[in-house]
Every structure is written in structure tokens, then in C-alpha cells.
Ligand binder design. Structure first.
Ligand code: C2E
Ligand code: CA
Ligand code: CA
Ligand code: CA
Length: 275
């Protein structure tokens, strides 16, 4: 037994060591990657359950690495939040979102809004608002076409600091979404104080909760309450017809998930959404 434990420990050790070497590689390469255009914006369709029309898109970053292939954000975002690089990376993705909306307007496509992720790290150096205003002017994009996604826990942990920012963003005409709703310890009560336009129900919360009758009741009433407060509901991570059908009957109109489409490169998204 002792031998096995030691063996396991050294295996664990090796895994950790390998992981931290990979972390270092990522940090050594990130600036080069940014300068050489290795970070791409993918778009995942947001779909109306009733009509199956595409009504929006979420911008999700992908690192197209020359030798390692596509690296998922789950692998590098936590590192970039630690070392601060996320600020530059988000600026890039936001800019791509504005530029893409501009090109859709120029092409005469039936434009749908793009949601961008806003790391909680931006809340500590807040020229966030100025950045969005600058980009809207630079690309001459109506503000209603850009939605900012902030996670539920960011709202919850920074309620006071965020209050001013949130109200300013709203006043300037940007759309605000609370991301990963139901994943943290926040309360429904928060929704009455924060003027969000959209809540995005977290995939984990949804899957866990629809497993039981009581859970289904919680989801139904969450959606009903949001609607009463004039907040739109987007359900994330919908992977089956059964889930979409349940959500539809619960009053949720918009979904995002593999059942409809994975995140796509922009040209593929355009084919999916506009043709
Ligand atoms: P998120 O904001 O909650 O984004 C949704 C994630 O769920 C995406 O993962 C998406 O690909 C995945 N997803 C969508 N539908 C399904 C489904 O039906 N089943 C399953 N299993 N997954 C689904 P992704 O692209 O790997 O991104 C992971 C997280 O990384 C995001 O979670 C977000 O927190 C962060 N992230 C991604 N792009 C950016 C970015 O540009 N900036 C910042 N700050 N964070 C980003
Ligand atoms: Ca998101
Ligand atoms: Ca989410
Ligand atoms: Ca998430």
C-alpha cells in the first residue's frame, strides 16, 4: 500500500510539474501570440427556441497555436487573470466584436448583437466605460449591438464599486448581461438592485437543477421572476431537444448550446446565421 501511495504521489507530482512547465510556456508565448494574431474570436449563436432564428452571438476567444493547435480559454484565462494579460486580450476581442458588427452593417446583413466577456479584472482599473465608448465611435457601431457579460460573482463581490459603472454603461446605451447566473452564492434579491438586461443561466446550474421536480420548479420560478422584472433569460449549455423544450415551456425564449451550434469562426457563423 505504501508503495502505491508513493507511486501515486510521484505521479501527481509529475503531473503538477508538467502543468507548471506548460503554464510557463503559455506565459512566455502570450505576447508574441497577441502580436502575431494567434488569438481569434469565435462566435456561438444564440437562438430563439420558437423560431430557431439566430438572435445574438457570444464572442469566445480561441488561441490558434501554430504547433499545439486550438487551445481552449479554460486553459489560459485563469493564468491571464493572474498575470494581468487578460486586460489586453479582452481589449482585442472587444475590438474584433465591434469591427465584426461594422462589417455586418456594411454587408447589409440583418445584424444581431454580439456579447463580449468582461473579466472581473477590469473592475479594478476602470476605464472600461471609456474603452467601450471609444470603440463604438471608432467603428461607428450603435451601442445596442454590444452586450457586456459580467459574471454573477463579479457583481456580487463588487456590488458597491460596480453600481456606478453599471449605471453608466446603461446610461450610455450598452446592454448588460449577468453571466453564469446560478453558479455562485448570489441571491435573486440582487436582481432588483442591478439594472441588468439579461441573465445567462449557467449550464451547471441548469443541468443539476432540472434533474428533480423541485429543481424544475426553481428554474420555472427563476425565469418567471426575471421576466416580471423585464430581464431577458438566455439559457447556456443546451445540448438536447428535451432541454430546449423544457426551457421553452418554462418561458425562456433564447438558448445557446451545442444542440444548436458550437462556437464558430466568424465566416462560419455568418453562414449559419445569415444564409
Ligand atoms: P462562459 O462565458 O460561461 O462561456 C460559455 C462556455 O460554454 C464556452 O466555453 C462555450 O464554448 C461553452 N458551451 C457552450 N455551449 C455548450 C454546450 O452545449 N455544452 C458544453 N459542455 N459547453 C458549452 P469556452 O469557449 O471554452 O470558454 C470558457 C470560459 O472562458 C467562458 O465561459 C468565459 O468565462 C471564458 N472566456 C472565453 N472567452 C473569453 C474572453 O474573450 N474574455 C474573457 N474574459 N473570458 C473569456
Ligand atoms: Ca460568457
Ligand atoms: Ca456563462
Ligand atoms: Ca461559465
Amino acid at each position: 500500500v505504501k508503495g502505491n501511495v508513493l507511486h501515486l504521489l510521484s505521479f501527481y507530482d509529475d503531473t503538477l510539474r508538467k502543468r507548471s512547465i506548460e503554464d510557463k510556456d503559455i506565459e512566455n508565448e502570450m505576447n508574441y501570440a497577441l502580436e502575431h494574431g494567434e488569438f481569434e474570436m469565435y462566435l456561438q449563436p444564440q437562438v430563439s427556441i420558437a423560431s430557431t432564428d439566430v438572435v445574438g452571438a457570444e464572442a469566445l476567444v480561441r488561441w490558434i497555436h501554430p504547433t499545439k493547435g486550438i487551445i481552449s480559454p479554460e486553459r489560459f484565462i485563469p493564468l491571464f487573470e493572474n498575470n494581468g494579460f487578460i486586460v489586453k486580450l479582452d481589449y482585442l476581442i472587444w475590438e474584433k466584436a465591434f469591427a465584426t458588427i461594422r462589417s455586418w452593417i456594411d454587408e447589409g446583413y440583418p445584424v444581431v448583437p454580439i456579447s463580449v466577456n468582461v473579466s472581473r479584472i477590469h473592475l479594478y482599473n476602470s476605464n472600461l466605460l471609456e474603452r467601450f465608448i471609444m470603440l463604438a465611435e471608432k467603428y461607428n457601431v450603435p451601442r445596442k449591438y454590444i452586450e457586456l457579460e459580467l459574471t454573477e460573482t463579479a457583481f456580487f463581490n463588487n456590488a458597491r464599486e460596480l453600481n456606478y459603472l453599471v449605471h453608466s454603461l446603461k446610461k450610455e446605451g450598452f446592454i448588460l448581461a449577468m453571466d453564469d447566473f446560478g453558479s455562485g452564492y448570489s441571491s435573486l434579491n440582487m436582481l432588483k438592485d442591478i439594472p441588468v438586461d439579461v441573465i445567462k443561466i449557467d449550464r451547471g446550474f441548469l443541468n443539476e437543477i432540472v434533474a428533480t421536480e423541485k429543481g424544475k420548479t426553481v428554474i420555472r420560478y427563476t425565469i418567471a421572476m426575471a421576466k416580471k422584472l423585464n430581464i431577458d433569460v438566455v439559457a447556456e449549455g443546451v445540448e438536447s431537444f428535451v432541454q430546449a423544450e423544457f426551457l421553452y415551456h418554462a418561458g425562456c425564449e433564447t438558448v445557446q448550446g451545442y444542440y444548436y451550434s458550437k462556437p464558430l469562426p466568424v465566416n462560419k457563423f455568418e453562414q449559419y446565421a445569415f444564409h
